[in-house]
Design a protein around this ligand. Structure first.
Ligand code: 5GP
Length: 211
């Protein structure tokens, strides 16, 4: 019986390392997971390419996607739009892959409201000092943007209780394993297995009749 994939939303403060964790998870389990690629109006960072990290679009193009209903959700984050295109996500879930959306908290809550079965994971560095160091060391943003991202992190920290799991990213490999085992366990939840349970029940009923 082909099981539908789980929609998994991963959020975390900018600099939490969630992108690296997800990249590694996908490398280790390419057949199990699919990473959704978002559309954004922010400019590409050095090394980022269109269609890989993001679909980089203009504000006009983004607003057109909203009008056409092509996005599952969208949100503003530090002066830019970010949104999740629908088609790819639906297609991969149908194929039985778990689809990972790496999105900020406003988007995460919208997805959870629209699809209550969504699994919400929040990734955090071990502490705030570490977060600041990671943002500064990354060297891709100017001081003002780093300050906005840190202030946004403070706001996001207020919403963590809406998530299902809180994961500390101290050691990359351990963190990848943790995320993988959480998602595997979710598949075994009774609430996610009603169709299979009904099927087995029906089979058992037939056996019972034959007695
Ligand atoms: P960055 O500019 O660092 O790549 O991303 C900024 C924030 O936007 C991150 O928290 C990231 O998870 C979030 N983000 C990326 N794609 C989407 C999306 O499609 N929707 C929403 N709501 N947030 C997104």
């Amino acid at each position: 019986m082909n099981k539908r994939g789980i929609l998994v939303v991963v959020s975390g403060f900018s600099g939490s390392g969630k992108g690296t964790i997800m990249k590694q998870l996908l490398e280790e389990h390419a057949d199990t997971y699919a990473l959704s690629i978002s559309a954004t109006t922010r400019a590409p960072r050095p090394g980022e390419t269109h269609g890989k990290e993001y679909f980089f679009v203009s504000r006009e193009e983004f607003e057109e996607m909203i009008r056409q209903g092509a996005l599952i959700e969208h949100a503003q984050y530090v002066n830019n739009y970010y949104g999740t295109p629908k088609d790819y996500v639906y297609q991969q879930l149908e194929m039985g892959r778990d689809v990972i959306l790496e999105i900020e908290i406003q988007g995460a809550l919208k997805v959870k409201k629209a699809y209550p079965e969504t699994l919400l994971l929040f990734v955090s560095p071990p502490g705030a000092e570490e977060l600041k160091h990671r943002l500064v060391d990354r060297g891709t943003e100017d001081e003002a943007t780093i300050a906005s991202r840190l202030s946004r992190a403070w706001q996001e920290a207020q919403g963590v209780e809406n998530y299902d799991y809180f994961i500390i990213n101290d050691n990359l490999e351990e963190c990848v394993q943790e995320v993988h085992s959480i998602i595997r366990s979710e598949h075994a939840r009774v609430a996610r297995n009603h169709v299979l349970i009904e099927h087995i029940r029906a089979e058992l009923k037939n056996f019972a009749k034959g007695e």
